[in-house]
Design a protein around this ligand. Structure first.
Ligand code: C2E
Ligand code: CA
Ligand code: CA
Length: 654
């Protein structure tokens, strides 16, 4: 967006000042456009009045020449009045041109505005000179020339040096013409008197000052508008265009690319570990890096729409076939520029718009989504938003947009998976697992929505709903005098951050008036690595209030032993990874046995998840595991299904 050519009012050398006053500088196209438009606008108004006046004059001449019989033929009438006709025609043409110009109908004809107006200018001056020369010869006033010159200077407001030149040529020229070519009836030369000459010169000087004033006024306005426009589409830090600018250009660019059978693609560039660099080199260091990055990307995709979106995110819209190689080169250049900071890298996401109506903001969101999914993949430089991603993305949007409705309308429900006593095989409880039965997308499992809700920090809404569902089911069973099964509830680590999870649970227990003995809280092992203090307190409070707290997914993460050291749990749930290809693996058996012994030493009971075979059941019973859960005993199912199976004796209660 450099504006090096046009005059910069802050730094004004003598030479610069002369340039400014005379107008010898190059303007950006935007300013030139505005100046031209101002001329055309004046032309539109002035030609209307000239047309009116010419018609009025011609009617007068009809009276004078035709009615009085001075002209016998039409030809003769034209002979006397031809200059009025020419001016009328020229005014009409200029008027039509101006109207079309102002209405934006003249895309390619626009640049002809100056020549066209100049032609009209010359015609007007010619008309003024010829009429006034005639008047002057007869000793009359030269008002026609003066009014014509005034007219045309208003529609031809150009650079000062051109205005000055035109004024001088027409002013001096007319005097010379008068003094040399004006003769009275007797054939004597007529010369302008010195009094008239002084008035004449005064008139011209005033007119010159007036045109210059108008020029500078218009120029100032145009420059102000230009600065505003530039600021609105430029990122202040890097000087790169911003998203507004890119959005303005994208539709046209995509349309053109598709018409030329090239494939436009949005690219989003992200700097990996920018934060680390910022921490090391401070704010100003970070800014320098961004400026550098901006130049490297701009050069890599020279001429293509380009923007800095926010922080360390840059966007390019390109139809260059070799964009992958270009991105690789940009990465190389970037790595070379910051060779000592080896942790720095770039990652790119891409999205192909199907048509020109695609909103750049949406396109960029999708490209960023693709990039985000590849964040930890060392081997992937460009992540494309493809069909599989599209489905993921749409699911994600659907989940985020419909969570509140799903909660309100009851699309989210608790399913129950049976838990049995290992020694007796009798049903002793269940785990509540969330399901989302969507009217549009059908059955959704937690693997599809839990990570999204955690990431968007809304998981607590769902969890609260599940708890309420479970607790109200219990109340229903109590009211109907059917057996009530204890249930374990899954708590996300975020539940303790995003709401007062214990308090919410307490409220529900009180509202439905059920025993706390019926509820257990499952906290997954991986949750306990972060925010330990807060969680430790929450676990203590849960115990104080009378709930059992179970450790979920034991052995699946990296922190198992630590967790056992710092927290008190009532039950240890052994993760199902140990039962995967358990058959031929003696080590799995040894590990499970050891875990069970360890848990017992620490005063905890054990529950093994993912029990699918009789072989596993036998082994676990032998090993001393207290409870079992898995497809061998049943999948997660609805409250009604569980009741039915209790009723028909499929499940026998402990
Ligand atoms: P989890 O708490 O470890 O739950 C056990 C998962 O293992 C359940 O998957 C269950 O259907 C599955 N499973 C049970 N028995 C077997 C088996 O024998 N074989 C195999 N292959 N799988 C078995 P689900 O219901 O898809 O839940 C997945 C995870 O989503 C849960 O893992 C839990 O971490 C989370 N989740 C489920 N419901 C909720 C909820 O209401 N709130 C929160 N915060 N998380 C939930
Ligand atoms: Ca669980
Ligand atoms: Ca589990």
């Amino acid at each position: 967006m450099g504006n090096r050519n046009s005059y910069n009012s802050e730094k004004r050398s003598i030479w610069g000042w002369i340039q400014y006053v005379t107008g010898f500088y190059k303007n950006p196209p935007y300013i030139e456009d505005r100046l031209r438009e101002a001329d055309v606008r004046s032309a539109m108004y002035l030609t209307v009045s000239i047309i009116g006046m010419e018609i009025w004059l011609l009617i007068r001449y009809v009276n004078k020449y035709v009615v009085t019989g001075m002209c016998e033929t039409v030809g003769e009438f034209f002979h006397y009045t031809y200059s009025y006709w020419i001016l009328l025609l020229a005014s009409l043409i200029l008027f039509i041109y101006s109207v079309l110009y102002m209405r934006g109908k003249l895309n390619y004809m626009k640049r002809f505005s100056r020549p066209i107006i100049f032609l009209f200018f010359s015609l007007g001056i010619y008309f003024g000179i010829s009429t006034s020369l005639n008047d002057f010869s007869k000793g009359r006033m030269i008002t026609c020339f003066l009014s014509m010159i005034m007219y045309v200077t208003f529609i031809f407001v150009v650079r000062p040096y051109i205005s000055l030149l035109l004024m001088a040529v027409s002013g001096v020229g007319f005097i010379l013409i008068c003094n040399n070519f004006a003769f009275d009836r007797e054939g004597n030369r007529v010369v302008m008197g010195s009094g008239d000459l002084v008035n004449y010169i005064t008139f011209f000087l005033s007119l010159t000052v007036l045109t210059l004033t108008i020029y500078f006024q218009r120029y100032g306005d145009a420059q102000k508008a230009y600065k505003l426009e530039t600021a609105a589409i430029t990122d202040a830090l890097t000087g790169a265009p911003n998203m507004t600018d890119l959005s303005n250009k994208s539709e046209e660019y995509i349309r053109k690319s598709l018409a030329e059978n090239t494939n436009p693609v949005f690219l989003i560039f992200n700097i990996v570990n920018f934060q680390t660099y910022n921490d090391r080199f401070g704010y100003s260091g970070g800014n320098k890096l961004l400026k550098n990055m901006s130049v490297i990307i701009r050069n890599g995709f020279y001429g293509d729409p380009f923007a800095r979106q926010l922080a360390d995110k840059f966007i390019v819209l390109t139809n260059k076939e070799d964009y992958v190689e270009r991105v690789e080169r940009i990465r190389e250049n970037f790595k070379n520029a910051f060779a000592s900071e080896t942790y720095l890298d770039i990652k790119v996401g891409s999205y192909r718009p199907a048509n020109s109506e695609v909103e750049p903001r949406h396109a960029v969101d999708r490209a960023r989504y693709a990039m985000g999914l590849m964040k930890n993949r060392e081997d992937v430089l460009i992540a494309e938003y493809d069909d599989a991603l599209r489905r993921n993305y749409e699911l994600r949007q659907h989940i985020l947009n419909n969570l509140d409705t799903a909660i309100k309308e009851g699309y989210i429900k608790a399913y129950y998976q049976p838990v049995v006593d290992a020694r007796t095989g009798l049903l002793c409880g269940c785990e509540a697992l969330a399901r989302w039965i969507d009217p549009e997308l059908g059955f959704l499992s937690p693997g599809q929505f839990i990570p999204i809700l955690e990431e968007s920090r809304q998981i607590h809404k769902l969890d609260r709903k599940v708890y309420e569902n479970v607790i109200s089911n219990m109340r229903e069973s109590l009211n109907n005098n059917v057996p009530v099964l204890p249930a374990s509830l899954n708590f996300s680590r975020l539940d303790f951050e995003l709401m007062d999870a214990v308090e919410e649970l307490e409220k529900l227990v009180n509202k439905y008036n059920i025993s706390k003995k019926l509820l257990h809280v499952e906290i997954t092992e991986s949750a306990l690595t972060e925010n330990e203090e807060g969680l430790q307190k929450a676990v203590d409070t849960l115990h104080e209030k009378g709930y059992e707290v179970w450790l979920d997914d034991f052995g699946s993460g990296y922190s198992s032993m630590n967790v056992l050291k710092d927290f008190d749990f009532d039950m240890l749930k052994i993760d199902m990874v140990f039962l995967k290809n358990f058959s031929g693996n003696q080590n799995s058996r040894r590990i499970i046995k050891a875990i069970i012994n360890l848990a017992n030493e620490l005063g905890m009971q054990t529950l093994t998840e993912g029990v699918e075979t009789g072989e596993a059941v036998d082994f676990l019973r032998e090993a001393g595991c207290d409870r079992l859960q898995g497809y061998f005993y049943g999948k997660p199912q609805t409250y009604e299904e569980i009741l039915e199976k209790i009723n028909d004796g499929t499940y026998k209660l402990a």
